[in-house]
Design a protein around this ligand. Structure first.
Ligand code: SAH
Length: 216
């Protein structure tokens, strides 16, 4: 199967036509081979307009949602970015195309291992992964110019706000497991500005500052 034309069509029909037009953003989504970040038996669906299961009850986000979240970070290329919820590693690869260094944390060790193999095979040397509770952030490498949370939290975890640099921005889905609002938070001079961007559905952020693991 030729994946490149499918990827070009995904970018055109799902991203550009829905109003995401930043050339750097579109180039990143045109470049990263999304089909290598989904289970082998789902490769042919990798460029479809919906999320896909990646194992462990988790999902890789719909391409448009990944692109919308990324666009809200307004990355210029010099940033240090924290991602919470590595999952397949796809979003981390996108961020690696658009920023200087990417730090990404995942709570499920098997997912992290697979993501690491993929990112290494594709030569992404600027992505650093760890297994941990991402609702606590990754304090060793803070502060971050941008933070992207790809699992839904009840509220914005305070450790993430603390680890956001001045003039930093965070994108995070807030709300109960069934349905959330995507929020963008901007920090300047210790003041926070928060705006709702879109409604969305993400898997829950689990653990301290997240949802309890029971029932997830
Ligand atoms: N960004 C991913 C999609 C991730 S789905 C991608 O591009 O594929 C959300 C992920 O968040 C899941 O893999 C889930 O295991 C993880 N997660 C949930 N709670 C977490 C926590 N407290 N810390 C780190 N990862 C968490």
């Amino acid at each position: 199967m030729a994946f490149e034309p499918l990827r070009a069509r995904m970018v055109d029909e799902q991203l550009r036509r829905r109003g995401l037009t930043d050339p750097r953003l579109l180039a990143a989504f045109r470049k990263v081979p999304r089909h290598l970040f989904v289970p082998e038996e789902l490769r042919e669906e990798a460029y479809a307009d919906h999320p896909l299961p990646i194992g462990g009850g988790q999902t890789i986000s719909q391409p448009y949602i990944a692109a919308l979240m990324t666009s809200q970070l307004n990355l210029q290329g010099h940033e240090r970015v924290l991602e919470v919820g590595t999952g397949s590693g796809y979003q981390a690869a996108i961020l690696a195309e658009l920023a200087l260094e990417v730090f990404s944390v995942e709570r499920i060790p098997d997912l992290l291992l697979t993501a690491q193999e993929r990112l290494t095979a594709l030569g992404y040397l600027n992505v650093h992964l760890a297994t941990s509770n991402g609702s606590l952030g990754w304090p060793e490498h803070a502060p971050y110019d941008a933070i992207l949370v790809t699992a839904a939290a009840p509220n914005v975890p305070q450790p993430l706000l603390d680890q956001l640099a001045d003039r930093g921005r965070m994108v995070i889905p807030i709300g109960p497991p069934a349905h959330q609002m995507l929020h963008r938070i901007h920090k300047q001079d210790q003041r926070l500005r928060r705006e709702a961007i879109a409604s969305c559905v993400f898997v829950p952020l689990v653990g301290a500052h997240g949802w309890p693991p029971e029932g997830v």
